[in-house]
Design a protein around this ligand. Structure first.
Ligand SMILES: Cc1ncc(COP(=O)(O)O)c(C=O)c1O
Length: 393
């Protein structure tokens, strides 16, 4: 089917919620994505930080194929082994906790929000408010979009659920001032993702942890984007030597197969039978994929590699023209340009065989597969440089 025909059909049959870039992806291998005409792209977006093992990794493909031949889905009425195994492995990698499985980042955060409200009613005299950050992104359900800090994502959907407060990201004093008898929890991304990879001031997360301990609040960390080796540790909070009470995961966990998870430490583990649920959550197919992802990240040393390659990516990006800042950790980086060229560059880069993501007019976000090689990073940034010197259409 021609690109024009496909775009026309998409417009007719799909809601207009996405502004798509003009390529049709058909396959891929590792950090290379291939379009419907066979053109190859170095993929620095990796399905929005999802394809941690790149495209078509044999370990995921095999795990999914084998599981699909045995049992794809069973519901949570019964025990299934992959679900229990995946929970066990996640807890071993993270912190003493128990897991609720769902299907997306938004759902993982919904679980955390419900859990915080129940915890507040049991432990803090009915406190139910959650303090989040301006610019934060936690998903698109009504509660998670309200918990997020971007007005345009929520305003059309008023009235919004009550009980969400926001302070500037990284501002400890503002967080302290916002805390009241009504506060049950603080919800933060360790690094803002959708807002262009914003790293908080050094020591901020640790200070928030101390504040939560002092005030008897839950600390919920949304590691949907930062988790699973992305920043050079299994989970970004491990850089800070702290442990959250609740952590949410999704994106990379299934290597592309939809799965989300909410981990609660014993202090926060208040959900009981009947409190929460999911038909698909933690089904054998998704959990088999998750197990393959964790095993492969470990076997291929991708967590350590993410840190090393992140430094390379950072220094390569700094060599591009007109750069005002490169920021991030591991393979979660953003390059900020002095001029508003990011969206144009995102488009021009496609012609040069590289996929990047503009988070605003000035900023490109790079969250490539963790399996990307040093060579591919150098090539990809070289192509970005070539795209920069091309005149705009
Ligand atoms: C930090 C963070 N939390 C939550 C989400 C929502 O995840 P999902 O789109 O899987 O619902 C995202 C998605 O970009 C995210 O980056």
């Amino acid at each position: 089917m021609s690109a024009e025909k496909l775009a026309e059909l998409e417009h007719s049959y799909l809601m207009g919620t996405f502004k798509r870039l003009p390529i049709t992806l058909a396959s891929g291998h590792g950090a290379v994505a291939v379009d419907s005409e066979g053109r190859e792209y170095l993929d620095l977006v990796g399905g929005l930080a999802v394809n941690v093992l790149g495209h078509a990794h044999p370990a995921v493909a095999q795990a999914v194929a084998e599981q699909a031949q045995r049992l794809i889905h069973a519901s949570n009425l019964y025990y299934t082994e992959p679900q229990v195994q995946l929970a066990k492995r996640l807890v071993e990698l993270a912190f003493p906790s128990r897991v609720f499985f769902c299907n997306s980042g938004a759902e993982a955060n919904e679980c955390a929000i419900k859990l915080a409200r129940k915890w507040g009613s049991l432990n803090r005299g009915g406190a139910h408010e959650i303090i989040g950050a301006e610019g934060a992104f936690h998903g698109r359900t009504l509660a998670t979009v309200t918990a997020g800090g971007t007005a345009k994502y929520k305003e059309p959907f008023a009235p919004l659920p009550e009980g969400f407060r926001h302070v500037p990201y990284g501002d400890l004093q503002a967080l302290k001032r916002m805390t009241s008898q009504r506060t049950a929890a603080v919800l933060l991304e360790p690094i803002l993702g959708e807002s262009g990879v914003v790293v908080p001031p050094a020591g901020f997360l640790k200070q928030v942890r101390e504040w939560c301990d002092e005030q008897n609040l839950l600390l919920i960390l949304d590691e949907v984007q930062t988790g699973l080796g992305r920043t050079g540790t299994w989970f970004a909070h491990q850089h800070e030597g702290i442990t959250p009470d609740v952590m949410t995961l999704a994106k990379g966990l299934g290597g592309g197969v939809p799965i989300g998870a909410c981990l609660a430490a014993p202090r926060a583990d208040v959900l009981e039978a009947g409190d929460h649920g999911s038909t698909f959550g933690g089904n054998p197919l998704a959990c088999a994929a998750g197990l393959a992802v964790l095993k492969t990240i470990e076997e291929e040393g991708l967590v350590e590699q993410s840190l090393e390659l992140g430094e390379l990516l950072q220094s390569e990006l700094a060599g591009l023209a007109g750069v005002s800042e490169v920021r991030g950790r591991g393979l979660m980086q953003a390059v900020v340009f002095t001029e508003p060229v990011a969206r144009d560059l995102q488009l021009k880069s496609l012609k040069h065989g590289v996929i990047v993501n503009a988070t605003d007019d000035h900023t490109l976000r790079l969250v490539p597969p963790l399996v990307i090689t040093a060579d591919q990073i150098e090539q990809a940034v070289g192509r970005l440089g070539a795209a920069q010197s091309e005149p705009s259409e």
